[in-house]
Write a protein that binds this ligand. Structure first.
Ligand SMILES: Nc1ncnc2c1ncn2[C@@H]1O[C@H](COP(=O)(O)OP(=O)(O)O)[C@@H](O)[C@H]1O
Ligand SMILES: [Mg+2]
Length: 420
């Protein structure tokens, strides 16, 4: 797994485009409320990482997030972006440097997809050509075909597509920081899983600093390099890696929040690309079925995987089905159990259970077929993920509600800041 355990420093020479964020003793008191919504939080968010803010409803997640781009003004405290104290710079200017994504994308309904994405570049005075090129590049990045989608209106898109456009819009001016507030809360579970996988892929490419609010602990484990668990008043109960939160919950509050299925949640820590995939006999439409059958029998397999002209899996006929065919027919099986290589083993297991196949087809770049994952491999990985979690160690970034940051960026001080 590619987690780094030294989040307080950014390794020189990598392509991290994100900037660190520091909330320094930040408090928010809303008018007419007796207790602060956010109570003196000090939180260090490392550059180029995904940090998840989780906790029960009303604990102050959204307020914390919106103070970073000053959609909400802090009552007290300081906010530092990279080396810049941004506590009192112009809020509009700040927000051009920070991408912001909300549920369902938050698109302007009267603007086309392209116009929605172009908002910040336009404000920044980019040329028309540069904006058009950027819109197409971003649509590609979020897996929407530019020719098909750039002139559509939000109402002509599915929920998942709107969310993708929301991400593209937030990335338009290439900001170092992306804030997302329950971004995948409004879509169905399958779409959510796909959007999560895409975000992971995008992040591997861009290495932004991403802060995501969620109330879904599974989502936090899946996406987060680091997870902050809040109780009421944005009190930090635990700030650590998903592995260590699962292996060593700080207290009963965290244990309850994690829920009972902690063993199974270990599956969320391992990705399909991290396990050994089985090979398969690949066939193409129009091939004589007899030839395919001969190849399948020669390898002792039970199935062949039929791929289209772009190597995407479309059917998965058994030996018996192949025996009844003349040639490999055209057309795709809509119920094919397919999973992306960035998906978690948990998702893979779900896909297998739904199709009752005991295995799933794995796709890599541009949805091309790369191998088969079996239920045995998944079960084996549960055991290994547990062992890995028990052995994991490293320095956590700082997060407290009890005072200032000891010494900024000093790993020794960071080491004990995780469980205030
Ligand atoms: N604009 C507001 N005015 C007054 N109280 C608010 C406002 N926004 C949020 N709150 C209160 O602040 C607390 C934290 O809210 P919020 O940050 O939205 O929590 P979360 O996102 O974790 O659900 C809650 O008690 C909420 O009722
Ligand atoms: Mg909220």
């Amino acid at each position: 797994m590619s987690r780094t355990d030294t989040p307080t420093t950014t390794d020189a020479g990598t392509s991290v485009s994100g900037k660190s964020i520091l909330l320094d003793q930040v408090t928010k008191r809303y008018a007419g409320q007796s207790k602060p919504a956010v109570d003196g939080i000090t939180l260090e968010i490392p550059a180029g990482k995904i940090v998840m803010l989780v906790g029960p409803s009303g604990c102050g997640k959204t307020t914390t997030l919106k103070m970073i781009n000053r959609l909400i003004e802090p009552s007290e405290g300081r906010i530092v972006l990279g080396d810049d104290d941004v506590t009192s710079i112009d809020g509009d200017e700040l927000r051009r440097r920070i991408g912001y994504v909300i549920q369902a994308g938050g698109l302007f309904p009267h603007l086309t997809v392209a116009a929605n994405i172009a908002i910040v570049p336009k404000m920044l005075g980019w040329s028309k050509d540069r904006i058009e090129a950027r819109v197409d590049e971003l649509l590609e990045l979020v897996s929407l075909d530019p020719d098909t989608y750039r002139d559509r209106f939000p109402r002509e898109l599915s929920g998942g597509q709107q969310q993708r456009v929301g991400v593209a819009r937030a990335l338009a001016a290439d900001p170092p920081v992306l804030l997302m507030d329950e971004p995948f809360g409004a879509v169905d579970p399958i779409t959510r899983q796909r959007l999560q996988d895409e975000l992971i892929n995008i992040q591997q490419e861009l290495q932004k600093t991403i802060v995501i609010v969620t109330h879904d602990f599974d989502e936090a484990v899946k996406l987060g390099d680091w997870i902050v668990i809040f109780s009421e008043g944005a009190h930090i109960v635990q700030y650590d890696t998903p592995e260590r939160i699962l292996a060593e919950p700080a207290n009963e509050f965290v244990e309850n929040f994690i829920g009972s299925g902690a063993g199974l949640k270990q599956l969320t820590l391992t990705r399909v690309r991290d396990v050994d995939l089985a090979e398969a006999v690949v066939a193409r439409e129009g091939e004589p079925a007899r030839d395919v059958l001969a190849r399948v029998e020669a390898t002792g397999h039970q199935h062949a995987v039929v791929v289209d002209e772009r190597d995407r899996p479309v059917r998965w006929p058994s030996v018996r089905q192949l025996g009844r065919l003349e040639t490999i027919p055209a057309g795709a099986d809509p119920d094919l159990p397919v999973i992306g290589s960035a998906a978690t083993l948990n998702d893979a297991l779900d896909t297998m259970l739904v199709s009752s196949a005991g295995a799933a087809l794995v796709t890599g770049r541009r949805d091309a077929f790369i191998g088969v994952i079996t239920v045995e491999v998944v079960m084996d990985a549960i055991t290994r993920a547990r062992e890995a979690a028990a052995a994991a160690s490293g320095d956590a970034p700082v997060g407290t509600n009890t005072g200032p940051l000891p010494v900024l960026g000093a790993p020794d001080d960071a080491a004990d800041g995780s469980a205030a």
